[in-house]
Design a binder for this molecule. Sequence first.
Ligand code: PLP
Length: 456
Amino acid sequence: MDEYGNTGEGRVARRDEAVRAAVEQGLLGPDSPIVGLLDVTGIRESAAELRAAFAEVTAPGTPVLHAFAVKATPLVPVLRLLREEGIGAEVASPGELALARAAGLSPAETVLDSPAKTPAELREALALGIAVNADNPQELDRIDGLVRSAVSRSPLGIRVNPQVGGGSIGATSTATATSKFGVALRDEGAREWVVCAYLDRPWLSRLHAHTGSQGIPLSLMAQGVAETYALAEEINRRIGRPQIDTVDIGGGLPVNFASDVTAPTYAEYARALREAVPGLFDGRYGLVTEFGRSLLAKHGTIVARVEYAKSAGGRAVAVTHAGVQVATRTVYVPGSWPLRITAYDGKGRPKSGPEVVQDVAGPACFAGDLLAEGRALPLLDQGDYAAALDTGAYYFAHHYAYNSLARPGIYGFVPDRPGGVRFATVRDPQTLASIVAESGGAHAGALTTLHAPGSR
Ligand SMILES: *Cc1c(COP(=O)(O)O)cnc(C)c1O
């Protein structure tokens, strides 16, 4: 239960209804054995909670841009939905920028942050007026050239790594001593270099840090923000005017994958930040946030049919259609990324009955392709469905093409009268023709007709 007495009951009820309706309406079945489902009501609620949490802690009139980290759920209809809820986009590649633009996001609602921006990407971003955070001195050199040659409305800043340390998952810890992101602030001479970079460039008006994602404790995230704020204050003091007018605090709020409760909440994080860094909220600085996982994870569910139920070495094994292609992190690094699994019967109704320790396996041809190993659940039978919960971010929208398994269809849902569910297609299931095309189908003879001079 969270501080509002919220146990996630509404979300569970909506999810159960959606699974049943997906089977009833034929979105799920023997011929479409896997889908991704998105709870539109839940997404809207999370977006509203985010905005309210920061509205509560900021001085009236403070400009705040919540830019959704597109990498978490790179789906155009999701970006459009978030935009309608007042949320912008943080993009980190030409593809993500194209998705944001396709969703109708304006340059003023967009922030570009990637660690490997090409000159062409930078030129496009500055021509459009999109905010850019330079990752390193070489990138700042490139931006210098662009700023000299053309007028740009882009708010520009530098990304720093406060080097406050890592969390429980190395791969998502971005503020370690040797992280590849940003200017490593505690390295010798680095802080002075950053200060001088701002002194020399009156057009640098933002400062950015993202301390990490899943696995970072709130206290460490707050420490990262505090270090960034202290640097902004130091720079403005040295320059003698508030040149830095906006601090981008990144994203990274961790998600509770252990139950349906949302914890920590945006409200808790915003209050913790105001406590730790009161000066950031007194109205002198605008804010940018870049949350990804915490906005979408709990609103997505992968549902997969049990094709076969078998037994091996005394272990029950349900062979389903969801595995490494939709849950790549969980399959390869199960210790860091465990997912809850729920069992539904062949009609999509929650399954009850005694729990049996079983493996929930995927369809890919390697032994480690398991969604869950040794998990106690009502025994999954052939024709039942297994649902992988909290998979709305970094899961089914991140298809991994192992075994040429098709990308599943993704459907958004809302409750409908009376007691029904209404679905909308977010992404069509991938066709076999598309798999062939993406696998060089148009170049079938390319290699057999390629010969070195003089051979054959
Ligand atoms: C990945 C990333 C985010 C989003 O992180 P979440 O943990 O999904 O909130 C935000 N900012 C940057 C720069 C990132 O790389």
